[in-house]
Design a protein around this ligand. Sequence first.
Ligand SMILES: Nc1ncnc2c1ncn2[C@@H]1O[C@H](COP(=O)(O)OP(=O)(O)O)[C@@H](O)[C@H]1O
Ligand SMILES: [Mg+2]
Length: 380
Amino acid sequence: MFEGTKRKLKERILLFPESNSPTFDDPGKFNSEEVKLDWPKEIKRPYVGLTQDCNAVPYWTKYALFLEKNGFSYSIFEHHRSDWIEQASKFDTIIWSPKDGPFEMDDIKRKVYILEKKLGKICFPDYETLLLCDDKIFSTYLLRINNLPIADTFISNDYKESHRMINRFSYPLVSKGSFGAGSKEVTLVTKPSDAKRIVRKVFSIYGKRTHLKYMRQKNSIYFQRFLKGDSLDTRVNVIGNMIFGYYRKPRGNDFRASGSGIVIKEDLPIEAIKIALETYSKIGKAMLGVDMLKDENGKYWIIEISPFIYVRTPEQLKVNGVAGAYSLQDDGTLLFEEKSFWPQQLALKVFFEQNYLSSVEEWKAKFLEPGLSNSFLLKC
Ligand SMILES: Nc1ncnc2c1ncn2[C@@H]1O[C@H](COP(=O)(O)OP(=O)(O)O)[C@@H](O)[C@H]1O
Ligand SMILES: [Mg+2]
């Protein structure tokens, strides 16, 4: 029997514990640039605790390689164990690799809060960034108060209000759960009776079922304007002043591109890059992925942001078939560089720069704001 099928049978039918053993890979075998950090001699390097994740393509292996290449001492931090506070006491900085799934995020958030706010440790990602992970409601509020172009969204925890709105919305709409990836909690709402059904389920005593058997969508409605542009998701990833990205296309008649597996690596539109950079500058720290869709008039709207970028290979953006990345220059030029990086390693570099060599604000004022104050030119 295949390993995967055997595991599913054990975990789902025989109720064996779900595996959370770390996954391994060799990031060095891909064709990627080494990410180097200039560390002044007079500043002491922190001692790093590294958590291991069990994502199919792990993050922690890329962090480990970065730490080794840049002369940081580290050891593995086994945060699931009961003695996590005692273990953490020897570290200055702790690196986490969030995995999708609300139970894992809850655990990490609690621990990062205690470590960062109460015990004075520096965490990557920090608590504020973690609040954005896998939480569309929180992200939408933050995008809104920063006047960023999030697609028109109705979020309510009030049954009477949600019910009253059913006949006032224009259809179709897109309904989303606050957590979830790969479109698993995203559905099309074509008419008022669909919306009514969702509202009734969500506000029922059990809440609405989700793809996770242990979670329900309870007492929170998330309806978003359906964007009928070219049905192509534009993803722009920003890390420091580096910009990558790609497009995703839905499969068959589905309107949802996330999770379809169809990725198109081509040059990115300047308007989308601009929105992503503004979003990163206002609410991002080390890295931010910004997903956008076009409306009928060709205007880009944000549909989701992710402070953690899931990547399989260091090859992200391609311009005329050549893999590389743009870097934002002080004069507003986007310079295409034929270099591929592991985004996790670039993010770690930015994290150390923003936490040990300057503040986030100083970092942005130096590397981002001069470029952002210009209107862009695209240069290959
Ligand atoms: N407002 C929208 N209008 C049209 N399509 C949308 C809208 N929001 C999401 N989609 C489609 O559904 C997919 C999944 O939605 P998204 O919010 O990105 O959730 P997930 O977290 O599952 O990726 C997107 O990749 C996009 O193709
Ligand atoms: Mg998405």
